[in-house]
Ligand binder design. Sequence first.
Ligand code: SF4
Ligand code: SF4
Ligand code: FES
Length: 229
Amino acid sequence: MEVNEGEVVLDIIHRLQATQAPDMAVRWNCKAGKCGSCSAEVNGVPRLMCMTRMSTFAEDEVVTVTPMRTFPVIRDLVTDVSFNYEKAREVPAFAPPADLKPGEYRMQQVDVERSQEFRKCIECFLCQNTCHVVRDHEENKENFSGPRFLMRIAELDMHPLDVADRVPAAQAEHGLGFCNITKCCTEVCPENIHITDNALIPLKERVIDRQYDPVLVPLAKIFRRNKKN
Ligand code: SF4
Ligand code: SF4
Ligand code: FES
């Protein structure tokens, strides 16, 4: 294919559509790295096609574009990402204290800044596609929400006005224990969100605090014993 200066992989896919394969399916929207639609694997590396410059490849290099591997293919480069929407629905919404009315919410700037990073997510699902827990293990999908949604749980758990107890469910229902902090999700995030360091590891620390706290653990045991009696 002809390649012009400044072009990205998505331009070449569009040229292929226009000249050789008019029925080729590809999902895209903004061509600016903001809608998260054009996720694919370019030479096996999960990337946004609209943000991958052709100048990063040698002139005679064969560039292979394939659909995201973790999700079922609908057609050509378009995958069925409904797994992610199902997992999103399983995370309970922000739960402010019942006695606070809208307009009365107050939080420190430091707390705003902490969650700001996570809010940059464009839901491209490249992290979900890359995580080895589900990439080659269809059987884990049921019990693992993936980095994007574990990050959402961490964000809510760090929110000073969220009163829901999210830590037990993160471990028991969303599969936090599957994550062995390899950071592959972080490496492919086009928004450079530090998913592992700033969300998953702090969430794991909260689970460990809860399980091994020298005061809380004996209290919980006594409480359980009394309940049985
Ligand atoms: S750090 Fe955890 S969530 Fe991210 S890719 Fe590795 S195992 Fe998956
Ligand atoms: S965290 Fe990053 S890689 Fe994952 S869906 Fe959001 S923007 Fe994409
Ligand atoms: S087309 Fe919107 S992120 Fe690529």
